[in-house]
Structures are given as structure tokens and as C-alpha cells.
Design a protein around this ligand. Structure first.
Ligand SMILES: C[S@@+](CC[C@H](N)C(=O)[O-])C[C@H]1O[C@@H](n2cnc3c(N)ncnc32)[C@H](O)[C@@H]1O
Ligand code: SF4
Length: 307
């Protein structure tokens, strides 16, 4: 268990602690104390590099409602049930992880009775969530416990079973579906996302766009978007992504790769960083929400390369 999906700080093992115990674990209390005192250590790097919005709460004046122990439950749970994936993306450190399924540990009587009924939102990550039998079971079980939970998914969309996926989404209060698409060029995309099929992903994107329109027409809208990992191989496509997503009314988020270094813009010389920063600054006027993390990252790298 961790405080956020970017952090490697451990709150304890989900197989030994209930989710609510993790929420008020010794480690979580220490992290909250840092936020209250305005003396961040645990998340300092992530907050600086990714423009974390929670930085607004740091310090006693800004965190008056924060206490070391919180009786109120968390509102949002990010879950990675299993690292299992059909792809082997070059920048990803998830797929090589040991397979460990946490479904049984999550759906304990304590979590079912005390945690999930009060939860407001779940974001399901992976591995690839829509290729894991346990993910479908988890969704159905949680839906029975608390049908009001708002769901978000991040998926590679490189699979045949799009009908099953849409059938599952149909039963949910759905907030967002994000497709990870790092390049709009077939050759580049497939060189990054090893094992993926570009045509199939584009076909599945089309199916999800149709589904978005159908749900909108029946008064149950959700947002559909693209997440593009920005690396030395992909940053020059930023304008293409902006055009593509505006034309198709898709959300867009640029995710800077921080590590491994060989796939991070951090490895580039200063003139490249300056060019990327100039491009991102200009286009952020058109699509501000797409650039929040990328701009923070590029500014930080630019600053590092200027000293
Ligand atoms: C780990 S994947 C899990 C969900 C699904 N398998 C997918 O690819 O969409 C979640 C997101 O992390 C991104 N990602 C993977 N490796 C990354 C890295 N080294 N740095 C930043 N983002 C990364 C992916 O592009 C994807 O958008
Ligand atoms: S599809 Fe997602 S989980 Fe799978 S290897 Fe790629 S980034 Fe990692």
C-alpha cells in the first residue's frame, strides 16, 4: 500500500493490514505530519517533478483540516491488482514484477464492511486491467457493495475483447477511460509498446468513442482520453497529439518518463530541453490540462541543466 501511485513509500502490506489501517498507519501519520509542518521529505521529489496539485496543502496555514490520524476515510483508491500484462513496453517497470494477486487480500470482511461502502472513486491500473480475470471479478464485487463508486481505468487497449470491456463499463458509474498511446505512428508505437497492435488499438479507440457518444445520449457521460508517455522517442509528436485529440474531442495528458534514464528526456542536452519546453509552453495555451506534469518536469530539468 502506498499514498499515491507515483510514490514508492510503503504504508504496509495489504495482505496484513486492512485498507483503513493503512490509511492511518504509522507511515501515513508521519507523511501527514510532514505536510502539516511544511517539511516534505517523502514526496518532495515527486511533488516537484510532477507538479503535484497537493502541494497546495503543504504547511500549517494550508492544511488546517489535516490531522495525523484521520477518522474520515479516503475518497479515492488507486489499485494495481496484478502486474500481468500482454505487452512489454520499453519504459515500463511493472510487467517484470513478480505476479502477485491481491484480490483476496482486498475483499476481506473488514474492507467490505468498513472501507468500500464509504469510498467514492477507484482508479484501476495494472499491468493491463482488462486482461485480468480478477479485475472483472473485483469490479463486480465492489459494484455490489457500493454501486455509487465512480470508476476510472487506464488501459493499453491492445486486445480483442473490447465487447467484454464495454459490457463491463456499461454497468458502472464511469468517470474516465484513458488509453495509453505514446505515438501516432505505427512503427514508433509498436517499437515502444512491444507486442501491441497499432491498428487494433485505433479500432478499439473508435469503439470507445462510439460508446462515449451512446452514453452521452442516454445522460451518462464519461470522459475518454489519451495518455502519452513523453520520452526522447516521442516528444516531437506533441503537436500531433494536440491536433489529434482536439479533432476527436479526446482528453489528453502528457506523462513525462522520469526513469529509466535511457527513455527519459532527462538524458538529452540542454538545447533539446529548451526546444521541448518552448513547444510545450506554447501549446499549453491550447490544451492546459495536458501539460501540467510535463511542464513542471521540463522546467525542473532545464533548471538542472542551467547550473
Ligand atoms: C503502468 S500502465 C498500466 C495500465 C495499462 N497497462 C496501460 O499501459 O495503460 C499505466 C501508465 O503508466 C505509463 N508508464 C509506464 N511506464 C512509465 C514510465 N517509466 N514513466 C511514466 N509513465 C509510465 C503508461 O504509459 C500508462 O499510461
Ligand atoms: S501496457 Fe501498461 S503495464 Fe503493460 S508494459 Fe505497457 S505500460 Fe506496462
Amino acid at each position: 500500500m502506498g499514498p499515491c501511485c507515483w510514490s514508492e513509500y510503503s504504508l504496509g502490506n495489504v495482505e496484513r493490514l486492512s485498507l483503513f489501517e493503512g490509511w492511518n498507519s504509522r507511515q501515513m501519520q508521519a507523511l501527514r505530519q510532514e505536510v502539516i509542518d511544511g517539511a516534505l521529505m517523502v514526496c518532495r521529489e515527486e511533488m516537484a517533478q510532477l507538479d503535484c496539485q497537493d502541494v497546495a496543502y503543504v504547511g500549517r496555514d494550508n492544511a488546517p483540516v489535516l490531522e495525523r490520524v484521520l477518522e474520515r476515510p479516503p475518497e479515492l483508491l488507486d489499485i494495481r491488482l496484478d502486474p500481468t500484462c500482454n505487452l512489454r513496453c520499453v519504459m515500463c517497470d511493472i510487467w517484470p514484477m513478480e505476479r502477485r494477486n491481491v484480490l483476496g487480500a482486498l475483499l476481506t470482511p473488514e474492507n467490505i464492511g468498513n472501507f468500500f461502502p464509504r469510498l467514492k472513486a477507484i482508479r484501476l491500473l495494472g499491468g493491463e486491467p482488462f486482461l485480468q480475470r480478477d479485475a472483472f471479478e473485483f469490479i463486480q464485487r465492489v459494484r455490489q457493495i457500493n454501486p455509487g463508486i465512480s470508476w476510472s481505468f487506464t488501459t493499453n487497449a491492445s486486445y480483442r475483447q473490447i465487447d467484454r470491456v464495454i459490457g463491463t463499463l456499461e454497468g458502472l458509474s464511469l468517470d474516465k477511460v484513458t488509453i495509453s498511446l505514446d505515438s501516432l505512428r505505427r512503427d514508433r508505437y509498436e517499437a515502444i509498446r512491444i507486442g501491441a497492435d497499432f491498428e487494433r488499438v485505433m479500432g478499439n479507440l473508435g469503439r470507445l468513442e462510439e460508446y462515449r457518444e451512446a452514453r452521452k445520449a442516454s445522460g451518462r457521460p464519461f470522459s475518454l482520453g489519451i495518455s502519452a508517455a513523453i520520452m526522447p522517442e516521442t516528444w516531437r509528436e506533441i503537436p500531433d497529439f494536440v491536433r489529434f485529440c482536439r479533432q476527436r474531442r479526446l482528453g489528453l495528458f502528457f506523462l513525462p518518463v522520469l526513469k529509466p534514464l535511457e527513455h527519459s528526456l532527462r538524458r538529452e542536452e540542454k538545447p533539446i530541453i529548451e526546444e521541448a519546453l518552448k513547444m510545450a509552453t506554447l501549446l499549453s495555451n491550447i490544451f492546459p490540462e495536458a501539460f501540467t506534469s510535463l511542464l513542471a518536469f521540463l522546467r525542473k530539468v532545464h533548471q538542472e541543466k542551467s547550473v
